[in-house]
Design a protein around this ligand. Structure first.
Ligand SMILES: [Zn+2]
Ligand SMILES: [Zn+2]
Length: 123
């Protein structure tokens, strides 16, 4: 069984075989990959099923960690509005800001794989 990561470019359909790091979930590796045939580049978020060692991956034009980062900022912004409103009513709330944003996948072997994206400090 090949250790390389294989994906099919969704622009031109070419098979690309790349040797990528193989962190086990919940660790992940995020990188951009370029199709060797048409030069189209895309982001890949890749991890490994701890049970069967298959690659588990998400491919998109946008960077998923950037998306989570943006979403985290949006959440914090809205929580801050809530906190400000509560403050005017003499109420205090404490909020645990998560450090990780979990995303789940089900591996073909049946295991659930969770990758935890690190959310950078937002302040
Ligand atoms: Zn291509
Ligand atoms: Zn598996």
């Amino acid at each position: 069984m090949s250790e390389d990561f294989i994906y099919y470019c969704y622009r031109c359909g070419a098979e690309n075989q790349i040797d990528l790091p193989k962190p086990k979930a919940p660790d992940y590796h995020h990188t951009s990959i370029t199709c060797k045939s048409c030069g189209d580049s895309t982001h890949v978020l890749i991890s490994h099923c701890p049970n069967c060692h298959r690659y588990v991956y998400w491919i998109d034009d946008i960077s998923i960690p950037d998306l989570v980062n943006g979403f985290g900022k949006y959440m914090v912004h809205n929580m801050q509005a809530l906190i400000d409103r509560a403050a005017t009513q003499d109420v205090s709330i404490s909020i645990d800001t998560p450090d990780n944003y979990p995303i789940n996948a089900t591996c073909p072997c049946g295991s659930t794989v969770t990758v935890e994206l690190f959310i950078p400090d937002l302040d």
